[in-house]
Design a protein around this ligand. Sequence first.
Ligand code: SAM
Length: 666
Amino acid sequence: MEATLLISPVSMFQAWYRKGMVKASLNNYSSAVHDLEVALSMEMSSSGKSNIEQELNLILQMHENINEVGTSNHGNKVADLPLAGQPHKVIAESISTPIKGRGMASIDDIAPASLIHVEDPLAAVIMKSFRETHCHFCFSETPADVVFCPLCTIPIYCSKKCQEQSVGVISCDQDTHIGHSGHAISLEKLSIASTSFKPPSSKLFAEHRHECGGAHWAAVLPTDVVLAGRIMARSIEKRMLSGKSFAISGPNLDLVHHYDHHSPANKLESQIYAIVLLLCLQNHYRSDILWKEDSLSQLVLLIFQIKVNSIAIVRMSSVDGGPELTVKRGVSAAEGASLCSVEQVRVAQAIYVSGSLFNHSCRPNVHAYFLSRALVLRTTEFIKSGSPVELSYGPQVGEMHLAERQKSLQENYYFSCHCSSCSELNLSDLVMNSFRCPQSNCLGAISESTYYRSKENFVNVSLGGSVYCKLSLPDVSEVGKDMENVAKSLFENSGVSLNVDHGCCMSCRSYIDVLSAVATSHMEESKIDRLKEFTLVDKTLITKALQSLKQLKKLRHPYSKALAQAEDTIAEAFVKAGDQDRARKHCEASIQILEKLYHPKHIIIAHELIKLVSILLALGERASAAATFARAESIFSLYYGSHMERILAYVGTLKRAVGSGSTGAY
Ligand SMILES: C[S@@+](CC[C@H](N)C(=O)[O-])C[C@H]1O[C@@H](n2cnc3c(N)ncnc32)[C@H](O)[C@@H]1O
């Protein structure tokens, strides 16, 4: 048993509570604090006097419950993948893998751009930073005339329909009663959090209902905990509808939780939140529900399942005015046109039960996006029958280096990634952060890390500190010329082990002073980055940035990310300065590097091509703009299929612009 678990979560929470730590974090929500205070004083009076032995038993019991569920959650069942509005069809099935646990594999050859999965969330919650601007049900941007929750007026909705789905149908009875369907609440009682619960008559689960009125604890607690509350409330109401006992018990989701991988501090925090959540649920459902012995452990487990399996719902958002504005402006140099750029914003967090069976790959073959709250999965390449069908949980090859990807997945999802890109040496990881070889005719990459090639045909890479990653070597006859050229020495099997130290060229083994190269490179990169601070850029600033770019090119590998970013920043500065010709040159240079780091059909390339289209339109080069747009469109349709214009609203506008030859008519 771990040391921290010798302390009961209840007594620990009481200590925190007495010290005011919980109160301090809630002090903006006085009504929430008041309700919690009332609930906690009840809780403390019942458990405060419990002796150490009792508390230890509670924790031991909790551990046993968690471990029991933990061993049973690796079933091998065939997943059902319902497609929205289509007959039920199974395209992929659940398989068991030795390292990644369950995963999905195709049961037939699947063509690129095929829609393979559509699913509504079991629970979803808006991120705190979007509470004022986005609908709390469908997560789209709200119009000016928002609809409020009629009872607590805290959540906002874009329409009556979203409000009803989230809150339930509100009935008014001559101003004496206002209630959700199935809940009759007298007006006097509206100021306090809840009333005695009557079983809901409708099967529709209104996710905000149990959070509504009085203390709006959902606005205070972390997203994972609010999601857990919504799942628990759904499960409780389902039991009520089926006439079963109203005991607080978990929904028994068959999802991994990695309880043992979490730090003691994490475990303790979740136990405390589980207590708070139980009290909140009890406060809402009152005498209609019972606590069970394992209620708390079930809830802790659920919080960990959510940590590992929940998915961020993202929306595309325009930056710098976005493509639409650029086209509207006519991309006129004199008006200070902007590049067409968009970024993903994380508007909500959700849990999808079947979607959670898909494993992660840093080079995924499936793209995930969202239509309102629904998760949609689409293949981005041909998938052979029996092959893994995997999406990305965030980190991707080309965007992050091996070490960063591993760190991010470990920190956010608690696992070491064993996808094919993290198991085999790849071009992107070799060149991304590398320096160029001092020999002018050598394309070899020079890394800050040490690569140790064993005679057994694998490579160990240091990921910083004592962390190493063991990578297999791709077959030299199958790797592209680029890869062979950047790391020739790693591919020459002389039958002996080989150390390629940091600072040593992976091809010809010439050395550079890598520490000084890192320092100079960072200095030049930050000089170029200064361009981003200005809306109007003068020629002197750009001249200085071009000098830095020249220095950077002498140091950095021609396929490195630092060079791609520098070229992109300079392209944007030239757009701002109205020199579209030079903007085009640097934008194209950036895209060429990104094609090496990602792959030519990666969605990032499509977004970059859209920037280029706006420059070409400004130059009046209609034919090139149309050809570049067609390339971008074919990549986008792989990722979004027929939903492309619904997700990327500006694509339609740009299409009309390149089609009509207009640069400013929209
Ligand atoms: C959302 S679940 C995916 C389904 C899971 N494999 C199962 O058995 O239920 C995420 C978990 O799957 C495992 N996993 C997914 N992708 C992985 C990868 N690339 N390498 C190693 N483990 C992976 C990790 O344990 C991770 O926490």
